[in-house]
Write a protein that binds this ligand. Structure first.
Ligand code: HEC
Ligand code: HEC
Ligand code: HEC
Ligand code: HEC
Ligand code: HEC
Ligand code: HEC
Length: 285
């Protein structure tokens, strides 16, 4: 039932994508252009109040240790990313006075409120967590006003390089030189964007390129170490199969366990069950 619903959904999405493709002929709808590097966040002009403080210089890449969805909370990992002030989102720099929002309509958080809540609260929380963990050096962003809004005002910096990020399904094949025993794996990349990119791309720090897993010098060994076939053994960290199976499978297994414990507790409707990935060989291969 679930996969049928998904198929229908895929077809619907595909139709939308094909429809858009005619309009946006030069954009690949299966790709997101991710701005890496530093951008400057400026307040939109407000009818009532002119922005007073410095625009905020924001190193986007420095924040990729988090899930994109920590900030882009309405992004579905399939379409484009909306700007925070997009129509219907945090359109107003400041909240409108009470009584000005149509009855029965919940007021969306103001843009300034949203930025302060998301940016400053995380910086505060990080400081708290790291102190509680007994860290000597605290890595966090500014909490004081001047940290983000310096005086004199900051010069805007927009040094961005675009990284094309595949959103659809990637087919992962055994590297060249291996005679595969199993079928290649269809890996729905975007489905995994609830997690931080660095969970898998553990050597990526927000640069405008991402290395493939089996790149030379990374997980490029085609055979297990002669001493052991155990993929958990440190001798096999560069064995490509170990890298994939040790990353993909434990997470899916933990999720399946979580699902089972939910089901045992009597929660059976799909909506309230945690989503889990495949653990059986044939589901991936
Ligand atoms: C700490 C918060 C934060 C995180 C984490 C984050 N972003 Fe952003 N991102 C922003 C802000 C703020 C902007 C500027 C938005 C605006 O101009 O309204 C932005 C802009 C963008 C844009 C350009 C949007 C436009 O208006 O054209 C894209 C695309 C984007 N981010 C994708 C991502 C992806 C993909 C990730 C995960 C790798 C990510 N972001 C992680 C805060 C974040
Ligand atoms: C989920 C947590 C989180 C969110 C959300 C977040 N930050 Fe940060 N920010 C951090 C951490 C952690 C660092 C320190 C990173 C480091 O030093 O490696 C940081 C660093 C910074 C810095 C200092 C950069 C430097 O060069 O030292 C600035 C400025 C900043 N953030 C601005 C922002 C703004 C603006 C937003 C909202 C659009 C934001 N941050 C949202 C966690 C967050
Ligand atoms: C972590 C970064 C961060 C911190 C800390 C922060 N702000 Fe902001 N603030 C922003 C961002 C991002 C915006 C939206 C972009 C802009 O307006 O420059 C914003 C917008 C504003 C605005 C509306 C625009 C303007 O210039 O009038 C005001 C006012 C403001 N902040 C005041 C403050 C005050 C006061 C403090 C300290 C109590 C503070 N901010 C702390 C990030 C921050
Ligand atoms: C979550 C997905 C996933 C599951 C489940 C999974 N694998 Fe894999 N496996 C991969 C990926 C990704 C690769 C690397 C791409 C490739 O070589 O096909 C791989 C590679 C392999 C390879 C080396 C390439 C080849 O075809 O010879 C073998 C053998 C293999 N897996 C066997 C298994 C067996 C047996 C099981 C069940 C016990 C299993 N896999 C379960 C994802 C999975
Ligand atoms: C669950 C693991 C996982 C997560 C999370 C993940 N990726 Fe990937 N990504 C992969 C795998 C596997 C590939 C295929 C790599 C290969 O071919 O060797 C890939 C491929 C890519 C590629 C193409 C690399 C190339 O070789 O051209 C880019 C770019 C990329 N990912 C960016 C991202 C970004 C940005 C994020 C966060 C929004 C992200 N990925 C999250 C596993 C992941
Ligand atoms: C950190 C956890 C995590 C890791 C690591 C991870 N996955 Fe998943 N995977 C998930 C979750 C969660 C889902 C279910 C998503 C959903 O249904 O919304 C999933 C779903 C899938 C699906 C089924 C998608 C569908 O539409 O039914 C496949 C295939 C898959 N993962 C392959 C992989 C492969 C291959 C890797 C390693 C390269 C991998 N996953 C790594 C969490 C993970």
């Amino acid at each position: 039932m679930r996969s049928y619903a998904r198929l229908v959904c895929c077809i619907a999405v595909l139709m939308v994508i094909l429809g858009q493709h005619l309009v946006l002929a030069d954009k690949d709808p299966e790709q997101l252009m991710l701005p890496t590097g530093t951008m400057t966040i400026t307040a939109p002009p407000d009818a009532d109040r002119e922005p007073q403080l410095s625009p905020v210089v924001f190193d986007h890449s420095l924040h990729f240790a988090y899930s994109c969805k920590d900030c882009h909370h309405t992004w579905d990992a399939a379409g484009p990313v909306q700007s925070c002030a997009a129509a219907g989102c945090h359109e107003n720099l400041w909240a409108k006075p009470p009584g000005t929002t149509p009855l029965g309509k919940k007021q969306v958080k103001s843009l300034a409120g949203a930025y302060h809540q998301v940016c400053r609260d995380c910086h505060r929380q990080e400081e708290k967590n790291q102190k509680a963990a007994g860290r000597k050096r605290i890595y966090t962003g500014p909490i004081a006003c001047e940290g983000c809004h310096p005086e004199p005002h900051a010069e805007p910096v927009n040094e961005l390089e675009m990284l094309p990020v595949p959103l659809g399904t990637l087919t992962i094949e055994a590297p060249e030189g291996v005679y595969p025993e199993r079928a290649a794996v269809d890996f729905p990349h975007g489905v995994h964007f609830d997690y931080a990119c660095q969970l898998c791309h553990h050597e990526w720090y927000g640069e405008y390129e991402v290395q493939g897993c089996a790149t030379e010098g990374c997980h490029d060994q085609l055979e297990p170490d002669p001493s052991t076939r155990d993929i958990k053994d440190p001798a096999n960290v560069y064995y490509y199969l170990a890298a994939y199976h040790n990353t993909c499978l434990p997470c899916h297994r933990d999720l399946q366990k979580e699902r089972t414990s939910f089901e045992k507790a009597g929660i059976t409707d799909e909506e309230n069950l945690p989503a889990a990935g495949p653990v059986n060989c044939v589901e991936c291969h």
